[in-house]
Design a protein around this ligand. Structure first.
Ligand SMILES: [Cu+2]
Length: 481
């Protein structure tokens, strides 16, 4: 049994051999399934020339892919069943990425053996969840939020040139963006449209372009992608950053841990029998079904550590929300009437709400401290469309008359451009996100003189937008009824 280890705890040659293998795989032609380029294109491929800023130097999908050996690839390759396959906004997100990692890891291992290295190389994982781990001291927590030094900081680490990518923008993530606990507490895997999202995502068919994300996919997955940003912030280039694979190993580990904690995968045959196509380490095509990847030990690997519940500094927001599921429905109590465009520099924008008449009881329950029954509240941000790579967007509730502002959470728009572009399988209606605002509402209603009509919702990108843009189609507040 191979063990995938925490990157911050390995002392052996794992990263040195990874770096050498990446350099070797980059020398291979983009049409070779074992090349770095082909492996990246399995996730996504695009040739947009729209400029994106990273470390002050503009880049585009085109400029990243033009570095590939054998560029441009043939049309036949681009349109094949092997490229642009990543599953997002879907209950196939977790199994597809597990398959993807497994074949990638085997290709890297074979490359390392050919280079004269060990025959048991395993992909390490980057455990940014430790950034919120109370069992660790502050220095250890902060270390977990930074890329391992081997990947380079503002320039490549000279001993590990293969682990660097020029198009990487930010080097650390915030505690908030690394939050894992609330997703780990969602007790069911799949959800349907309009429900609070499940751990693993929405029941749908092949889903290359995202719409609504599952809990784990939303956070920490998406937020880590856009917090690292650069190539990692765009699904069409993300897998070309060597850190991508360590990020996804952590996501894969969290799925394994979630099952070990007593939760269950879907038993639907639609999910279990869905197949996907890849190439193995000998560049031979393989077709594999979801049901074949549900047990990592049967696949020959496990992880060095489990996710410890109850040790996080994070507030357990989703737990409150999901505990009431089944018994209660959610009803829209207020919504914006016009789309909101994000501003180009970090700035906030107030949104006025028009509370709807029929939800009188909800309004009362939300604004009256005397009513002790907790009412779950969700903020829905829908039809978010735009272009480019945008760092996590912080979402706040502001009380107009007092100016008091409380952060509800943040959203990561990974795959924004793809979700905004109509295609064969996708309407291009953008990304939908939801945030649990229950705690914030209960904090607010404990304050005197508070009225629901008095609140604004503010959104603020955590980094300047640069060339990117985004518009939120509609923001609404839903409460339990
Ligand atoms: Cu990803």
């Amino acid at each position: 049994m191979r063990i995938r280890k925490n990157v911050n705890e390995i002392k052996d040659g794992t990263l040195l051999w990874y770096s050498k293998a990446v350099e070797e795989m980059k020398k291979r032609d983009i049409s070779d399934p074992t090349s770095w380029w082909y492996q990246g294109a399995i996730h996504g491929f695009g040739l947009s020339k729209a400029a994106v800023l990273a470390v002050g130097k503009p880049w585009s999908e085109y400029s990243v892919w033009a570095q590939a050996v054998g560029f441009p690839p043939s049309e036949k390759l681009v349109d094949s069943d092997f490229w642009q396959q990543c599953q997002h906004g879907s209950w196939f997100f977790l199994p597809w990425h597990r398959m993807y990692l497994q074949y990638f890891e085997a290709i890297v291992r074979k490359t390392i053996i050919e280079l004269g290295g060990p025959d048991d190389w395993s992909l390490p994982y980057w455990n940014y969840c430790d950034g919120n781990n109370l069992a660790l001291n502050t220095a250890e927590q902060n270390q977990a939020l930074h890329l391992p030094p081997e990947f380079g900081t503002t320039e490549p680490n000279p001993d590990f040139p293969g682990l660097w990518i020029e198009e990487r923008a930010f080097f650390s993530v915030t505690h908030n963006n690394a939050a894992c606990e609330s997703s780990m507490r969602v007790p069911y895997f799949a959800s349907t449209q309009g429900e609070p999202v499940g751990f693993g995502g929405q029941m749908n068919t092949f889903s290359h372009n995202p719409g609504t994300f599952g809990a784990l996919e939303d956070h920490p997955h998406n937020k880590i992608h856009v917090a690292i940003s650069g190539a990692m912030g765009d699904p069409n280039t993300a897998a070309l950053d060597p850190i991508f694979w360590l990020h996804h190993a952590n996501i894969d580990r969290l799925w394994q841990n979630w099952i070990q904690q007593g939760n269950s995968d879907p038993d639907s045959s639609t999910w279990l029998n869905q197949t996907f196509d890849f190439h193995d380490e000998n560049a031979l095509p393989v077709t594999i079904a979801v049901k074949a990847v549900l047990n990592t030990e049967e696949l020959g690997y496990t992880y060095s550590k489990n996710y410890p519940l109850n040790t996080s500094t994070e507030t357990l927001k989703i737990a409150a929300l999901t505990s009431s599921l089944g018994a209660n429905m959610f009803d829209t109590i207020a919504a914006t009437t016009e789309p909101l465009k994000l501003t180009s520099t970090p700035a906030s924008a107030p949104i006025d709400f028009l509370p709807q008449q029929k939800s009188d009881t909800n309004l009362k329950a939300l604004s009256t401290p005397e009513i002790s029954e907790p009412t779950s509240v969700i903020i829905m941000l829908e039809n978010i469309t735009g272009e480019g790579v945008i760092a996590p967007i912080d979402v706040f509730i502001r009380v107009a008359h007092s100016g008091e502002r409380i952060q509800v959470g943040s959203i990561g728009l990974f795959g924004l451009s793809q979700a905004s572009t109509p295609s064969k399988q996708h309407a291009g209606t953008g990304i939908n996100a939801q945030l649990d605002a229950t705690d914030v509402f209960h904090t607010l209603r404990a304050h005197s003189q508070w009225q629901l009509e008095d609140i604004h919702i503010e959104v603020e990108p955590s980094k300047a937008l640069g060339e990117a843009n985004a518009t939120i189609g509609r923001i609404s507040i839903k409460a339990e009824v």
